[in-house]
Design a binder for this molecule. Structure first.
Ligand code: SF4
Length: 342
């Protein structure tokens, strides 16, 4: 039981009062003793439960266009610097994405995300994507998100008009550390894209990747900036060093406890966000994955862009075992279904 005199209790109090943890407190969360991780998780869960209840949701990600990217994001297997052996293909067909979206809905996903590699989608790709979005929306009730690289104001407006709900565009790390992981575009470019999407009426999904060699202060700065940007969802990825990428041999320094502490800090600083444990969940958290759902309330299932992941059925069972309710789009008054009976 969380003691009202404990440090973690104080963090949850600050967070739930709408305050911001001091930098010293943020650093303390990231270096909190492993042996007391349960107190930290309990405090983060107090905040998560207050704002997001005891529900969790799953999302399915489709790599709608893979490889051939002009950008040099060091973590990415699709970048111009990567020699990783991945499948490369142009934007897949409308029919194929419709089937994937239907499958995602059937597995219990709240949201279906389509990711396109590249610096910026072409006019032709935006046109095709708008047709795909319209068709999916006409056939099934599921929230749609796209990860597209940089979009201009007109493209953002077209996507919104077609029915797109949300755009993913991660900050990835702090502004200070950004040039260490990418040189082909700037941190400001990313902020500008997020701003344009907001102005077009799109919801924003934006988060980061930890384990790239950044400092604790870089993680804190990124999470504080995300607090200002107020994304509707905030994914935290844990770097999987992919052979053939510049970070392929990188020692991430990540342990399951370290990952949990980052998620707790993300929750304290962004109390209301849909906090998602994204890429690297299975790889870095291993047997401690269920604990991540105390600070976070959302997970990806069935894999990431070029790496595999936990099958949906297993993830749904994990959510049920934790006693949480699976939240899905447009079912029932509360948009939730009980996982206990699944
Ligand atoms: S993260 Fe996106 S923009 Fe960066 S290299 Fe990969 S596909 Fe290209």
């Amino acid at each position: 039981m969380l003691s009202e005199l404990s440090e973690p209790y104080e963090y949850s109090e600050v967070s739930m009062r709408g305050g911001i943890l001091s930098r010293k407190q943020c650093r303390r969360v990231l270096s909190y003793p492993d042996s007391r991780i349960l107190a930290l998780l309990d405090a983060a869960y107090r905040v998560r439960h207050h704002y997001r209840g005891a529900t969790a949701h799953i999302q399915v990600l489709a790599n709608a266009k893979s490889g051939y990217c002009s950008e040099d994001c060091h973590y990415c297997s699709q970048s111009c610097l990567s020699s990783a052996e991945i499948e490369k293909y142009p934007l897949v067909s409308q029919e194929s994405l419709l089937q994937e979206a239907k499958h995602a809905k059937e597995t219990g996903a709240k949201r279906f995300c389509m990711a396109l590699s590249g610096h910026k989608p072409t006019a032709g790709e935006i046109g095709k994507l708008c047709g795909i979005i319209r068709e999916i929306k006409a056939e099934i009730r599921i929230s749609l998100c796209c990860s597209l690289g940089h979009v201009d104001a007109e493209q953002a407006r077209q996507l919104r008009a077609a029915g797109l709900d949300r755009v993913n565009h991660n900050l990835n790390t702090s502004e200070r550390f950004y040039e260490k992981i990418c040189t082909t575009h700037t941190f400001q470019d990313r902020l500008d894209t997020i701003q344009r999407c907001r102005e077009a009426g799109l919801e924003v999904c934006s988060g980061g990747i930890v384990g790239q060699g950044e400092s604790d202060d870089d993680i804190i700065d990124m999470l504080l900036l995300l607090r200002e940007l107020q994304p509707e969802s905030l994914p935290i990825n844990f770097l999987i060093p992919i052979k053939g990428t510049p970070l392929g041999e990188h020692d991430t320094g990540l342990t399951p406890y370290r990952c949990l502490k980052v998620l707790c800090l993300a929750r304290f600083l962004n109390p209301e966000a849909d906090l998602r444990v994204a890429g690297g969940r299975e790889y870095h958290l291993r047997s401690l994955q269920p604990l991540a759902l105390y600070p976070a309330n959302s997970i990806f299932v069935s894999g990431y862009l070029t790496t595999g992941g936990q099958p949906a059925e297993e993830a749904i069972q994990m959510i049920a075992d934790l006693g949480f309710t699976l939240e899905i789009e447009g079912v029932g008054a509360s948009n939730t279904i009980s996982t206990a009976s699944r």
